[in-house]
Design a protein around this ligand. Structure first.
Ligand code: ATP
Ligand code: MG
Length: 569
């Protein structure tokens, strides 16, 4: 591994990087930096995990170190290979590489068993016969100390024998545990003789039925870190109270000892970031799956069309702190918009079509007009868009009886069709039964080709449009927040009561430029004036399906403040 000299050490930008900078300077761990990202494969990763991934892989890269991917698979009842595969895909998609360092805590089961045996031999662990209910009763509370188990002083030999028989399948599930012998009066409940091993006959996704005892997370985690010679074990704040236990296990056996450092987890408004809750949304059919574009999962936001660059940028902006806070969804969308503005080609699409007939445009004629692909990037060039006598415009862009501030199309009014001509509305056609306007009759001014009047006359609005004869029929899926409350369930106690019934609006009769026929799933575009859209895998050859990634303007009330605050920094 590359070692750094002091002049190469990057300038710290948060307290974790400060700690690591100091450690490198002081030659702690021989100035190595080796982190890990340790997901439990019991669900898909979410945007909160992205923060941890960016931090662990990011720090390692900045300090010339390494980052491992380790599956913390110590709880067979909830873990599945499907989740392992999704996690690998998501980490790779975010742009990170674990090289040949993909590990499983289950790889260490034998070694962990030996560590537990060592603890027993040192008189630091014992087999306890208390039932789960009794154990809870003996544990005490935050204000009352716990009581010692009557099995606490079993002789070492007896403990060794019982532990072996636990492994051999000699006892029923839940009938015994192996516990650390620490301090039942500790102010930190985690130190009150925590369980290290439990008996559980459950098939493990990797070790099958080889084991019927499984190590607890706290025990497996610190030793996994130690075995992999991790230097900085970065985790979220809820593990702060577990750090004394992390240190205790490693100190008892005198093995290599990484430094645990805690940071505040990401909370995001109007969504939930907890696998337990996300599993319910999927399992109970509130969404269409883990990769439903409304989900805050990496798979969901990938399908929606977010870019890895935008997510990494978001993680940089929110930074790393010691105190919990909730980040506004607007900031995430701001990062997505900023990235797509640079990269996404512009196209014209009409989501809610209103038919327009240009009465003085010859029937059967069509022509190709030049359109700019991205005003932000001239290198992206231009394209041709077809124009003809019958067009679609956005229904919202016409008002029969326009209010004062409405400058778009209305009877008698002239507007510009983007890249095309000035048109004037001369009449409307109504549905005989409902009276609804179903078609506009217009005239165009041939002298305004390209969108400018040679006589210098101005119009107050420019509309997007598509040529009816050339357009491709499409479906658009418009997503809104999955929850109506910033902190779902805060008031009711049940996050599901705050699910937004209008989180998905499907428009099946949209039209897009012919150039989008057959667009590959995952391609992203800006639909002019409407938002950024991404081709969904549900698309068929003759009907593309577009997910709205994000609107063009912020629709989240508080974001202005957030972004202005950012800009001032
Ligand atoms: P969840 O609460 O969603 O079940 P978890 O913490 O149980 O998450 P793990 O698979 O154990 O999920 O998490 C892997 C790593 O990701 C851990 O180091 C954890 O601290 C980190 N992590 C999980 N959620 C967040 C979050 N919201 N923000 C930052 N890091 C997170
Ligand atoms: Mg966890």
């Amino acid at each position: 591994m590359k070692q750094m000299n002091n002049s190469e050490v990057p300038k710290p930008s948060d307290f974790i990087r400060e700690i690591i900078t100091e450690d490198v300077r002081n030659n702690k761990y021989d100035s190595r930096v080796h982190t890990r990202f340790p997901p439990e494969p019991n669900g898909y990763l979410h945007i909160g995990h992205a923060k941890s991934i960016c931090l662990n892989f990011g720090v390692a890269a900045e300090f010339g170190g390494l980052c491992n991917l380790r599956f913390d698979d110590t709880n067979p009842s909830k873990e599945e290979s499907e989740y392992v595969e999704s996690i690998k895909e998501d980490v790779r998609w975010l742009g990170f590489d674990w090289g040949d360092r993909m590990f499983y805590a289950s790889d260490y089961f034998e070694q962990l068993y030996q560590f537990a045996t060592e603890l027993i031999k040192k008189g630091k662990a014992y087999v306890c016969d208390l039932s789960p209910e009794q154990m809870r009763e003996f544990r005490g509370t935050l204000t009352a100390p716990g009581r010692e188990s009557p099995y606490r002083d079993r002789p070492v030999e007896e403990n060794l024998g019982l532990f072996q028989r636990m492994r051999a399948g000699g006892f029923p599930d839940g009938s015994r545990t192996l516990r650390a012998k620490i301090d039942m009066t500790s102010g930190n409940i985690n130190m009150r003789d925590p369980v290290i091993y439990r008996i559980m006959r459950a098939s493990h996704h990797r070790t099958g039925d080889r084991w019927c005892i499984y190590p607890m997370y706290d025990f497996a985690h610190c030793f996994s870190d130690s075995l992999e010679r991790i230097t900085h074990s970065i985790c979220t704040l809820e593990f702060e109270d577990h750090r004394p236990l992390y240190d205790w296990f490693l100190d008892q056996l005198g093995v290599y000892h990484p430094q645990q450092i805690e940071f505040a987890r990401l909370n995001l408004g109007h969504t939930v970031l907890s696998k337990r809750k996300l599993i319910q949304l999927v399992g109970e059919g509130h969404v269409k799956g883990w990769d439903d574009p409304r989900m805050p999962t990496i798979a969901g936001i990938r399908r929606r069309g977010y870019t890895p660059e935008a997510i990494r940028n978001f993680c940089d902006r929110i930074g790393v702190a010691k105190r919990d806070s909730t980040v506004d969804m607007g900031l995430l969308e701001f990062c997505v918009r900023e990235d797509l503005n640079r990269r996404a080609p512009r196209v014209m699409a009409v989501l809610r079509p209103l038919r327009v007939v240009i009465e003085n445009y010859p029937e059967g004629k069509d022509e190709e007009l030049d359109a700019v692909n991205n005003p932000e990037d001239p290198a992206m060039g231009t394209r041709k868009v077809p124009f003809s006598r019958v067009l679609y415009i956005e229904r919202d862009d016409f008002r029969e009886d326009p209010p004062k501030q409405f400058f778009r199309l209305a009877p008698g009014r002239e507007v510009r069709l983007r890249y095309a001509y000035f048109i004037t509305c001369t009449g409307v056609v109504r549905d005989e039964n409902t009276g609804e306007v179903v078609e506009l009759r217009c005239t165009y001014d041939p002298a305004t080709r390209g969108g400018d009047a040679p006589d210098g006359r101005k119009v107050k609005a420019t509309l997007h449009w598509v040529s009816a004869a050339h357009a491709v029929g499409a479906e658009a899926r418009l997503y809104n927040a999955l929850f109506t409350k910033e902190n779902p369930g805060e008031e009711s106690g049940d996050f599901k009561t705050d699910i937004n019934p209008d989180s998905l609006e499907t428009l099946e009769n949209c039209f897009v430029e012919p150039g989008l026929a057959g667009a590959a799933p995952g391609s992203r575009y800006q639909f002019e004036r409407l938002g950024y859209f991404c081709v969904d895998p549900d698309s068929s050859v003759d009907k593309p399906v577009f997910n709205r990634i994000v609107t063009l303007k912020d629709t989240w009330a508080k974001v202005e403040k957030t972004i202005k605050g950012e800009a001032k920094k």
